[in-house]
Ligand binder design. Structure first.
Ligand code: GDD
Ligand code: MG
Length: 344
């Protein structure tokens, strides 16, 4: 079965991480998320992908090419302008060959078993089946109201919290019959959440929802980006970590230089080509990208350090996403500190 991955959005809430990077390419334990996602979907028997791209499309194309390296086939649907979530699906129509396909929001971190969703879709006779999950505060998501058989009566995108009809939200994974495309106008921006789903429901067409099981997180904010790394290191996501485990909870890439006077507190990931100087204390939950330098007596915990960053000596990096030219600490939400102006 074919899967269409929506990967064209701007990822504004994760800036500056996504300033020059499509959000699905944000590194998750030193590999672009999209690579983990393709491997996960491959493990579910999917091998034929269309990726709908727009924002920083070349980064995705150059990384995956035709997909051969991952043992899959990838075609790209390039939008001339952002067409929205339904517009992107409509634009990809010429590349969708079968009568039924899967659509995935490529920025969702998940490790979901798709088979029950497909089975539900087949047996209910739905035109679209929306994978659902539950969250405490549904106001940042698409929220549904269902009948006991799973049919969706209402779909409301990002309602104020007190108006949300339930805690069941759109997990960003759909099984779709191709006839759905005839309900999406071509050539203009269309939101599947705000326009297409409500239209199908109004027309009485069979739109169903089915709970998905497995890890699920929208990485949309820096807080959640750090939380997902914690979960990955705790083995909750089922991701394959890119390096061998050298000691319990310590993963180290090739060509690293780690001083014997540095301390590693698991779990810790140290990227290829990284240098850790004497007196440094790393972990717990430190993920260092490739080619990072940790100078003497620096401390780093509950943090993600992007490739090529130099952590200055004698400083503390906690609850932070650190890059060569910025650092976001999550103790104060949205707190952005350019490295040059950071206080020791
Ligand atoms: N190709 C393309 N073109 N992709 C797009 C476009 C577009 O115009 N707009 C958004 N996307 C992609 C994004 O890259 C992302 O992977 C996915 O579609 C969803 O867009 P977001 O902008 O991240 O939406 P959201 O997170 O606010 O809400 C969506 O996801 C929630 C689950 O996390 C909605 O689908 C909600 O209903 C859902 O609950
Ligand atoms: Mg999103």
């Amino acid at each position: 079965m074919q899967a269409l991955l929506l990967a064209g959005g701007l990822g504004t809430r994760l800036r500056p991480l996504t300033e020059h990077l499509p959000k699905p390419m944000a590194p998750v334990v030193n590999r672009p998320w999209l690579e983990h996602l393709l491997k996960h979907l491959r493990s579910q028997g999917l091998s034929d992908f269309v990726i709908a791209v727009k924002h920083n499309a070349d980064i995705i194309r150059n990384h995956f090419g035709d997909g051969r390296r991952l043992g899959v086939t990838i075609a790209y649907s390039q939008e001339p302008e952002l067409l929205g979530t339904a517009g992107a699906i409509k634009h990809a129509e010429p590349l969708l060959s079968a009568d039924r396909f899967i659509v995935v929001n490529a920025d969702i971190i998940h490790h979901v078993d798709l088979m029950p969703l497909l089975e539900f879709h087949r047996s209910s006779g739905a035109m679209v089946t929306i994978g659902l999950t539950e969250v405490e505060d549904p106001s940042q998501y698409g929220v549904v109201q269902q009948t006991p058989s799973g049919r969706i009566l209402r779909f409301v995108e990002k309602p104020p919290r007190h108006e949300a009809p339930s805690n069941r939200i759109n997990a960003g994974i759909y099984v779709m019959e191709k006839e759905t495309l005839s309900w999406i106008p071509a050539g203009r921006a269309v939101s599947i959440e705000r326009e297409t789903f409500p239209l199908l429901i109004r027309k009485g067409l069979p739109v169903y929802g089915c709970a998905v099981r497995g890890y699920w997180l929208d990485m949309g904010t820096h807080d959640r980006y750090l939380a997902l790394h914690r979960d990955a290191l705790d083995g909750k996501i089922g991701l394959q970590l890119p390096y061998p485990m050298k000691a319990e909870g310590v993963w180290i890439g090739e060509d690293t230089h780690i001083s014997s006077h540095a301390k590693l507190i698991p779990p810790v990931v140290i990227g290829r080509g990284t240098r850790v100087e004497r007196g440094a204390v790393l972990g717990p939950y430190a993920v260092l990208g490739e080619g990072v330098t940790v100078q003497a007596d620096s401390r780093c915990a509950h943090a993600v350090v992007l490739p090529g960053t130099r952590l200055e000596g004698n400083r503390v990096f906690r609850h932070a996403v650190v890059a060569p030219d910025f650092m976001v600490t999550t103790r104060l939400p949205g707190d952005l500190i350019r490295q040059g102006v950071m206080q020791p």
